[in-house]
Write a protein that binds this ligand. Structure first.
Ligand SMILES: [Zn+2]
Length: 81
């Protein structure tokens, strides 16, 4: 555990502290490389999920349209024959 200087009152405070115990200045949480990588990964995954979600939605829509067209087609065939 190391100490950092409070940006507000310049007192030495724990870098683990969420806010300065002296002046109450909120200490911005330093993100580790791992946390940043995780965040980037999750946003990338969210993008991929959105893409696949849209693709699957489109496929389902296409399936419904084809099903309806086949149903209408067979209905018309039944009427004509
Ligand atoms: Zn302070």
């Amino acid at each position: 555990m190391s100490l950092i200087d409070c940006p507000e009152c310049q007192k030495e405070i724990s870098e683990q502290a969420k806010s300065c115990p002296n002046c109450g200045y909120p200490i911005p949480v330093k993100k580790t490389k791992y946390e940043l990588e995780c965040e980037r990964q999750s946003t990338r995954n969210a993008g991929i999920n959105a893409f696949f979600g849209a693709a699957i939605g489109l496929l389902i829509l296409l399936g419904v349209i084809i099903f309806v067209l086949i149903a209408i087609g067979s209905f018309i065939l039944r009427l004509t024959f």
